[in-house]
Design a protein around this ligand. Structure first.
Ligand code: NAI
Length: 462
């Protein structure tokens, strides 16, 4: 008899959620984690610590720019970087301990160490071999290296190093205008750092609705971020205590250099499967290195499954969580399912950016007849009251049926507002369904309803 019904490898959002759900469904479960604490990249060096720094520096921005307008006279807040780091670490610590508590509560065994799979049904951790009827690989991802750039996590850093800089630098070059680059770039810009973002493409946040991306770039520019667009970075070298970045402008092939105290490399992530022994085991992979799975999260090796950043799809904690729950259900003999058409994406800058479903470009490419309902936060009383009226809600619906196909929001609390549309999409709702739903006044969510009204007879407050 096997030691466990299921061993999950990795305790990030995919792995720990999978372990807890499987235990709740009556399975005997262990989860192997090599880090000192549970929670994976997201909790330890990703989503959670970055949100703490975003919150702290947004508060600074509010104090510096908006307090006086509201009749609050305070001296300009001084930044105590050591305390800000301690606050961030405390937030991380509370959350990682929370998962430890949940493991105990659900009787999930935490096996400490790095796992490999010598053969199907076996997981090796250090000198010990554990047996399991099922294995789920939830080993996550790591920053992609960039040719010509060596990250020393001191002057040339990945997102991990960017969270623990010795002090806010005078200048920073961010390579890549994706989610990480813009979130961390915002943090340091608010702290007074001169931030230059260098991006290969002509627009920031590739894949995002073009109108949102354009507005987003304009707002970030007003916040002090500088952008060099259409520029391919070929080299970043440490020069003493600073670094020099070389890039070529794609439009004319001209070569340029820029110096900065810190360089943040944010050009994407790749699956992390080192040391698992997958090649020896014969696990099939996709051309870009992800573990190949079928619709039930199963690899080609019987009893071995994979989820999260290690497989194809958006590298998002909540996508991994959903897959974690679904694979636990599959293993327990139920019908786990993930609706990949309704996975929201959020960028936690100020304003926030949130998106779900199709972009206008995708609908055009598909040759689909669609309607656009747009509403600006300028027409939203609550947003105006808190100086956050820049941005808009854009709803895309099927021209004939009015069914919601996508939603793109840039504005206050966009990351929360988007979920009304996620639920609507799960129910196959039309814009009219949202428009006919009473929304409390005064809330930001009225802007979502107005965008829905804009798909029909028109909004009221525009
Ligand atoms: P990304 O894929 O979002 O953006 C990378 C950017 O770098 C792209 O715009 C790309 O064109 C550019 N780039 C690549 N090579 C370049 C070069 N040589 N020169 C100039 N520009 C170059 O990657 P990012 O921001 O590193 O994030 C990695 C993953 O983590 C993403 O999948 C993201 O979704 C996820 N993530 C999600 C967060 C959230 O949901 N809020 C927060 C942080 C990360």
């Amino acid at each position: 008899m096997a030691d466990f019904d299921l061993i999950v490898i990795g305790a990030g959002p995919g792995g720990y959620v999978c372990a807890i759900r499987a235990a709740q469904l009556g399975l005997k479960v262990a989860c192997v984690e090599g880090r000192e604490t549970l929670g994976g990249t997201c909790l330890n060096v990703g989503c959670i610590p970055s949100k703490a720094l975003l919150h702290a520096t947004h508060s600074l921005h509010e104090a510096e720019h908006n307090f006086e307008k509201m009749g609050l006279k305070v001296a300009r807040p001084k930044v105590d970087w050591t305390q800000m780091q301690a606050y961030k670490d405390d937030v991380v610590g509370t959350n990682t301990k929370g998962i430890e508590f949940l493991f105990k509560k659900n009787k999930v065994t935490w096996i400490k160490g790095w796992a490999s799979i010598p053969k199907a049904g076996q997981v090796q951790v250090g000198d010990e071999t554990h047996t399991a009827r099922n294995i789920v690989i939830a080993s996550g991802s790591e920053p992609s290296p960039l040719n010509g750039v060596e990250m020393d996590e001191d002057v040339i850093v990945s997102s991990t190093g960017a969270l623990t800089l010795a002090k806010p630098p005078k200048s920073m070059v961010v390579i890549g205008a994706g989610v990480i680059g813009l979130e961390m770039g915002s943090v340091y810009a608010r702290l007074g750092t001169d931030v230059t973002v260098i991006e290969y493409l002509d627009e920031i946040t590739p894949g995002m609705d073009a109108e949102v991306a354009k507005t987003f770039k304009r707002i970030l520019g007003k916040q002090g971020l500088k952008f060099v667009m259409g520029a391919a970075v070929s080299k970043a070298e440490r020069k003493g205590k600073a670094a020099e970045v070389s890039y070529t402008l794609r439009k004319d092939d001209s070569a340029h250099q820029i110096k900065a105290d810190i360089v943040l490399v944010a050009t994407g992530r790749r699956p992390f499967t080192d040391g698992l022994g997958l090649d020896a085991l014969g696990v099939e992979k996709e051309p870009r290195g992800q573990i190949r799975i079928n619709g039930q999260f199963a690899t080609n090796i019987p009893g071995v499954y994979a989820i999260g950043d290690a497989v194809v799809g958006p590298m998002l904690a909540h996508k991994a969580e959903d897959e974690g729950m679904a694979v636990a259900e599959v293993i327990a003999g139920k019908h786990g399912h993930v609706n990949y058409d309704v996975i929201p994406g959020v960028i936690y800058t100020a304003p926030e950016v949130a998106t779900v479903g199709k972009t206008e470009q995708q609908l055009k490419d598909e040759g689909r007849a669609y309607k656009v309902g747009k509403f600006s936060f300028m027409g939203n009383a609550r947003a105006k009251a808190v100086f956050q009226a820049e941005g808009f809600v854009k709803l895309l619906t099927d021209k004939d049926t009015d069914r919601i196909l996508g939603c793109h929001i840039i504005g206050p609390a966009a990351g929360d507002l988007i979920h009304e549309i996620c639920v609507a999409m799960e129910f196959g709702a039309s814009a009219q369904d949202v428009a006919l739903t009473c929304h409390a006044h005064p809330t930001y969510s009225e802007a979502v309803r107005e965008a829905a009204l804009a798909c029909g007879d028109g909004p009221i407050h525009m």
